[in-house]
Ligand binder design. Structure first.
Ligand code: F6R
Length: 241
């Protein structure tokens, strides 16, 4: 695991965007694994700038998002479909037909999750997977548990995640209790994984991810076993290393 420490979240975002841009320049039909949440916003802002400056072209890229809540409409202001349109897809020239976000409203979630995994495999696998990390060490919505779950699956969100994500909703009661998440398998099969973490409230999770044992209690710790995982963290998130 390679660790790069920066002074500010904006610097983390710039560096992470540069890595993703390099991937797109190297391979114009790159398969991008994308994340939502607060952390990737500086990365997306920088990617949009690079697109506007003519440095990168998304027209041949395809993307697969990590996760989506179960049971809120795609156009809900807090859905990850909406987040991706607002923060990236509607701001660059990616073909929306080439973007994929799990369907949390599918009538058959089992079918949805297995076809999502298959679509990634059929596309040739993820070239670069962008990740944030939960305060409890989750990646995607792979919550702490007894095992690493490999396939895309339906998850019950933990209290910690509901508490952390209530800031996006009107109240804690409005936070969906379930989600669909890419499993650890697709994340580990990505050819490159970039995890961004900023702020003091991620310091413990980053410590456990980097210095702890590999354990499903800290799902991100599996990245110690990934051959090409890079952490972009600010000095606050790095403060316990
Ligand atoms: C989002 C995701 C989550 C977030 C994590 C951190 O697609 O998969 O794992 O990356 O919950 O969220 P923020 O960045 O809001 O602290």
């Amino acid at each position: 695991m390679e660790i790069r420490i920066f002074d500010t979240p904006a610097q983390c975002g710039n560096a992470c965007a540069t890595l993703i841009a390099a991937q797109i320049i190297k391979k114009e039909d790159s398969i991008l694994g994308l994340a939502t949440g607060s952390t990737p916003i500086p990365t997306y802002n920088r990617l949009v700038e690079m697109y506007q400056q003519g440095i990168i072209d998304f027209s041949k890229c395809r993307s697969f998002n990590l996760d989506e809540y179960v049971g809120i409409p795609e156009d809900h202001p807090c859905s990850y479909h909406r987040f991706m349109r607002d923060n990236l897809f509607d701001r660059v020239n990616i073909d929306i037909a080439n973007t994929h976000v799990p369907n949390g409203n599918a009538s058959d979630l089992q079918k949805e999750t297995s076809s999502y995994d298959k679509a990634i495999i059929d596309a040739g696998g993820i070239d670069v997977q962008l990740l944030g990390i939960g305060r409890n060490g989750h990646i995607g919505f792979n919550e702490p548990g007894e095992k690493f779950i490999t396939p895309c699956h339906e998850v019950t969100l933990t209290e910690s995640t509901i508490e952390a994500n209530k800031r996006f909703f009107d109240s804690e009661n409005d936070v969906p209790r379930k989600a669909v998440s890419l499993g650890i398998g697709a994340i580990m099969r990505a050819r490159c994984v970039v995890l961004v973490a900023t702020g003091k409230d991620k310091a413990q999770a980053i410590h456990d991810t980097v210095k702890g044992e590999i354990t499903p209690d800290v799902q991100a710790s599996i990245l110690q076993a990934h051959p090409n995982a890079i952490l972009f963290i600010d000095k606050e998130a790095a403060s316990m290393l």
